[in-house]
Design a protein around this ligand. Structure first.
Ligand code: TYD
Ligand code: MG
Length: 489
């Protein structure tokens, strides 16, 4: 891993993505951001490739990695799989891939105010309740504030230690003394090493502090959780190298003004990145949601035009989610396409298929699409439901009550097979659905899962067979004469 020229020459890195370059640049060659070049401090080098040429500053706080003496037969290395520890929060365990791995470094990212501190304090308390010592270090809140929050979350256990600190070396000293079984650092952007230039949150500080905590986690075999704030465009603020060096990156997501929070792994060295944990923010912190499918279906189950239920496969778990579409005549030049929780480019593709293959004239209509519960859908099996919702709104015909729609829509308007259709159908059957529209090629797989199966070859066929009687659209204030004529049949 040694880099060819690791001389003391100054080099530059991008403060947006952490990319390093030997020369100054106006635009980062890696991420394309402008004016992000910063000069790197003398201690360069990234990742764990520090076995050679240790800088004295680093050696001071980096504990020796056990067994780093030389190559060893892999077969003789003990697996840590068996040593996974349950956290006491089942949804969290699921996302981690089945519990905490000793010595793992986990980054928990999310928008400010989404509930990261709450989640990790709850995690810390759950671990402490299970008899482990947990050190919760905060650079953002005072002890009293943390205590106040902890009291909301339930009885405060004995083994939960708190420290308010922003100086990394003091943090590591405290950790060395306290010898916790788990460490939480809230947040990595508030930590700083005194011997480095740049304030807390700067790329250098975030990177070096992350690296120091990586050494601590691996050296002392203490699972360590870092909170990281996320910038507007979705990246964990600070260099990407932080994402590279940690074992897992979890994101806590959700609409801020809705109750549901979804924890998902963007990277996981110990498990799948498709698993997802669902929580609900309550007065007493985050509550695990036992049956997420029910949660993501809107409370009113009456079928309204424009609403459809899709089954999104998230890891091993199918989730039933309601999608809503509103199609209305556009009064301005360019019709609007607004989505929330669904990729707008994918929507554009589906609209084009609806236009060309089904004959819906959507070109002069605004189309709005939302996914309920603040969830984001990015799975092809949800195509059909989404297209159906749009068609349903356009034609003012509700989707037949109790209907699940599963299928990927191809550009030719045909329905393609999706993975694990049986699991999706079974989930719907459990919640009381009666019918499932599935790609024709998969009808046999879907049968026997408790629902009446409607095999569908094309999107056009799906719209013909899954939409009910036309209902008159509720007149908007002032009415919309002529709307009837514009709305297909
Ligand atoms: P917080 O964990 O501070 O967010 P982050 O660390 O991601 O910035 O969560 C803040 C929000 O959560 C805040 O708006 C209040 C809300 N909240 C509850 O609704 N119930 C609770 O029990 C707690 C502790 C917080
Ligand atoms: Mg916080």
């Amino acid at each position: 891993m040694a880099k060819p020229s690791k001389s003391a020459k100054p080099h530059f890195f991008c403060s947006a993505c952490g990319n390093e370059e030997a020369r100054w640049f106006g635009r980062c060659p890696a991420c394309g951001a402008w004016n992000t070049a910063s000069e790197a401090p003398a201690s360069g080098g990234t990742g764990a490739s520090t076995s050679k040429g240790n800088k004295p500053t680093r050696a001071r706080w980096a504990p020796a990695v056990p067994g780093a003496a030389g190559p060893r037969p892999l077969a003789e290395v003990e697996s840590i799989e068996a040593a996974r520890a349950a956290t006491g929060m089942r949804e969290f365990d699921r996302v981690l891939g089945g519990g905490i791995v000793p010595g793992s470094l986990v980054l928990v990212g999310g928008d400010p105010g989404i509930g990261k501190s709450t989640l990790l304090l709850q995690l810390a308390a759950a671990l402490a309740r299970a008899g482990r010592r947990v050190l919760y270090v905060s650079g953002e809140e005072s002890e009293a504030q943390i205590r106040m929050r902890a009291s909301r979350l339930g009885p405060v256990p004995e083994g939960l230690l708190v420290l308010c600190e922003t100086d990394l070396e003091s943090l590591l000293e405290a950790a060395a003394q306290a010898k916790p079984d788990a460490l939480v650092v809230d947040s990595i952007q508030t930590m700083a090493r005194g011997d480095l230039e740049g304030g807390p949150g700067s790329v250098t500080q975030v990177r070096e502090c992350g690296l120091a905590l990586l050494h601590y986690a691996k050296g002392a075999q203490v699972p360590t959780f870092l909170v990281g704030h996320v910038t507007k465009d979705g990246a964990v603020a600070g260099p990407r190298v932080l994402e590279h060096m940690v074992d897992a990156v979890l994101y806590l997501e959700g609409e801020r003004y809705q109750h549901y929070r979804v924890l998902r792994a963007a990277k996981n060295r110990f498990g799948s990145t498709h698993e997802l944990g669902v929580f609900e923010m309550t007065d007493a912190g985050l509550r695990e949601v036992a049956n997420p499918s029910e949660a993501f279906l809107s409370e009113t189950r009456r079928s309204e035009p424009g609403s459809a239920v899709v089954a999104s496969l998230e890891g091993t778990r199918p989730l039933l989610v309601e999608v809503q579409a509103l199609v209305s005549s556009s009064f301005y030049g360019t019709p609007q396409r607004v989505t929330s929780g669904f990729d707008s480019r994918r929507l554009a593709v589906l609209l084009a298929v609806l236009e060309r293959r089904v004959g819906l004239r959507l070109g002069r209509h605004d189309v709005f699409v939302t996914v309920t519960g603040g969830l984001t859908l990015d799975e092809p099996g949800t195509d059909l439901g989404l297209a159906l919702a749009v068609a349903s709104s356009y034609r003012s015909r509700p989707v037949l009550e109790g209907t699940l729609a599963v299928g990927e829509v191809s550009l030719s308007g045909e329905l393609r097979r999706v993975s694990r259709v049986d699991a999706r159908v079974r989930e719907a059957a459990q919640i009381g659905f009666v019918r499932a529209g599935v790609p024709r090629v998969q009808a046999d797989e879907a049968k026997g899962c408790g629902l009446e199966v409607t095999p569908l070859a094309t999107l056009r066929e799906a719209i013909e067979s899954l939409l009910g009687e036309r209902v008159d659209p509720r007149p908007a204030r002032g009415g919309e004469p002529g709307e009837e004529a514009a709305l297909g049949r």
